[in-house]
Design a protein around this ligand. Structure first.
Ligand SMILES: N[C@@H](CC(=O)c1ccccc1NC=O)C(=O)O
Length: 290
């Protein structure tokens, strides 16, 4: 039956979930395929790079739709979250001449609050429900994915308006999980962007770092199916101890963890063409649909 299935049509919209221009989500919805998982992406860019936006997920969406590798009805849609960014010295803004809604002056916990607000919006407006999506984060986006599980306000079932749906699986790609350790191993070269995002108090960096989470990830994420951690040995920005320490913490907390170091290329190559993220998503889907 070569000609049976028409190619699924997919509509792209971007929608605001807040007043800042960066408080928006890109959504690719497959209306005729309700019932499958949503794939929700959080981009990286060190919490500050305005050139890395939700649209960096587009090559992955294209790959997944064109490759014909997705089982029928396995995907309900794709969403990619923008969130308010911190200041970047290479992209200065004049506060006197810039509308507040365009200022990039976020400071932790603004980034994670925006991710939570975006997930609530996606749940309300698009049916992205608890356990019915895979959360994929790259670099600082992987930090945010883990921070979602660390934050008690993510889990407020008694207060419906605050409740944030948690994913069935998380895929952390080239993630930052230990802010102090990462900066130390890079001779303080990351102090600038970490300070821009978290302030100068390293005690706050430690509390915000997923590897130092004093709670238990499994307790906070009781319906977890799978945590995937992926990294490329050719990544010159994020080194191996990041994925190793994160894996150790998740395993200690008794989550089902899959670690792969078989990505290739530089830090941003793992999402650049979309091929590697698409492959990770296909594998993750296969594992959680078993
Ligand atoms: N392009 C970023 C740098 C960046 O994204 C980055 C640098 C080192 C380690 C991790 C990084 N990104 C994580 O989200 C910047 O302009 O600050």
């Amino acid at each position: 039956m070569a000609s049976a299935e028409p190619t699924p049509t997919i509509q792209y919209v971007s929608q605001q979930y807040g007043d800042n221009v960066l408080q928006q989500v890109g959504i690719w919805e497959m209306p005729q395929q309700r019932g499958g998982y949503w794939i929700v992406y959080i981009h990286g860019g060190a919490w500050r790079d305005p050139k890395i936006t939700h649209l960096t997920f587009l090559p992955t969406v294209d790959q997944l739709l064109s490759a014909g590798r997705l089982p029928p009805n396995s995907i309900a849609g794709f969403a990619s979250i923008d969130y308010r960014l911190s200041p970047h010295p290479d992209h200065p803004q004049d506060p006197a001449a810039t509308p507040t809604s365009e200022l990039r002056q976020a400071r932790h916990p603004d980034h994670i609050r925006d991710v939570q607000a975006a997930l609530r919006f996606l749940s309300r407006e698009h049916g992205v429900k608890e356990d019915k999506y895979i959360l994929v984060g790259h670099s600082a986006g992987a930090t945010l994915a883990m921070q979602l599980l660390m934050d008690p306000s993510s889990r407020a079932p008694e207060r419906a308006e605050e409740h944030v749906p948690l994913p069935a699986a998380i895929v952390g790609v080239s993630g930052i999980y230990d802010l102090v350790g990462l900066d130390e191993r890079h001779d303080g070269n990351y102090t600038g962007f970490i300070t821009s995002a978290f302030g100068s108090d390293r005690k706050i960096w430690d509390v915000a770092s997923p590897v130092n989470f004093t709670g238990n990830f499994q307790t906070n994420w009781p319906n977890a199916k799978l945590a995937v951690l992926a990294w490329s040995r050719e990544d010159t920005l994020i080194d191996e101890p990041e994925i190793d320490k994160m894996a150790a913490k998740l395993i200690k907390d008794r989550l089902n963890v899959s670690v792969t170091k078989s990505l290739t290329g530089e830090h941003d190559d793992v999402w650049g063409s979309g091929q590697q993220l698409a492959r990770l998503i296909v594998l993750t889907l296969a594992q959680i649909r078993e």
